[in-house]
Design a protein around this ligand. Structure first.
Ligand code: AMP
Length: 284
């Protein structure tokens, strides 16, 4: 496994692999790798001949007062995870390498970035799409792997790729959960043992949503009220949003039909946690 710290070195490694006719896969991450990331890497290893994992805590997707400084950066452990998973190249650029001087060029996807996390994190998705555009230009992968855990991010990145005619495919992998249902996240590290137990109610509220839809309830407000009730029973949970939206447009739906995304964002202690499920009503 190679560790590339510069754009030039990762480009030359990818160029060599491409010269051998290899299909290149990219897994963009911010490190602190866990089983969720590993599932993406394993999918990439299965689908591609050469896999690049990027590890970069992207400053432009963090807002003022967010956790950029304290975000975990266990690089040695991350490199071991990558090696064990069969990664070919780990790209670990510095901030200066990715943002050489004042960055004047940004990629901004409209509309899809306004609801859900866009409301409380202005500029977040602009940071995400800009760094993804940079990574796609640097690595030029055939396919990049994202997690359903960050559903809005996957949808926004897919739209950027389509709108800008970028020559790669975006593959979205299912959310990896703990046995108790909590979606695995680097930010779970911020939780105390009690808060980890409390956080289980996030997924329970989403399961309630699925149960109600499967039971024939189509009034989304009724479902959201139930979900909020479940979350409000746990005092350490502070709800940011509970939404049921169209899975493609991310616009609110009043009457549930077709494919919907139920999404939750909460604060617990110092952590902001998000989770979601997709429910396809055509399948009922
Ligand atoms: P991050 O390092 O948090 O930026 O995440 C990097 C990628 O891993 C993103 O595409 C995430 O959606 C994905 N990811 C994070 N957690 C999970 C999880 N529990 N299951 C599946 N994918 C995940």
């Amino acid at each position: 496994m190679e560790v590339a710290r510069t754009i030039e070195s990762v480009r030359s490694l990818v160029k060599a692999a491409r010269g051998e006719g290899k299909r290149i896969g990219l897994v963009p991450t911010m490190g602190a790798l866990h089983v969720g990331h590993i599932s993406l890497i394993e999918r990439a290893v299965k689908n591609c001949d050469s896999v690049v994992v990027s590890i970069f805590v992207n400053p432009t997707q963090f807002g003022p007062g967010e956790d950029f400084e304290k975000y975990p950066r266990p690089l040695e452990a991350d490199l071991r995870v990558c090696r064990d998973a069969g990664v070919d190249v780990v790209f670990v650029p510095s901030r200066e390498e990715m943002y050489r001087s004042e960055n004047l060029t940004w990629v901004d996807v409209e509309k899809l970035t306004e609801p859900l996390c866009g409301r409380s994190r202005p500029g977040h998705f602009r940071g995400v799409t800009t760094v993804c555009a940079k990574l796609f230009n640097i690595v030029a992968p055939d396919v990049a792997f994202f997690g359903q855990k960050d559903a809005q991010q996957a949808i926004v990145v897919k739209r950027m790729v389509a709108d800008l005619h970028m020559a790669l495919e975006i593959f979205v992998c299912p959310t990896v959960r703990q046995a108790d249902g909590l979606a695995v996240s680097s930010r779970n590290e911020y939780l105390t043992e009690q808060q980890k137990k409390d956080a289980v109610w996030i997924y329970k509220s989403l399961q309630k949503c699925r149960e109600m839809i499967e039971g024939g309830v189509t009034d989304s407000e009724r479902i959201i009220t139930q979900m909020r009730e479940i979350l409000n029973r746990t005092p350490s949970i502070e709800i940011e949003y509970v939404s049921i939206v169209d899975a493609e447009t991310l616009q609110r739906v009043e009457r549930i039909g077709g494919k919907v995304l139920a999404a939750v964002a909460v604060g617990i202690g110092s952590a902001r946690l998000i989770d979601n499920i997709l429910v396809d009503c055509h399948e009922q």
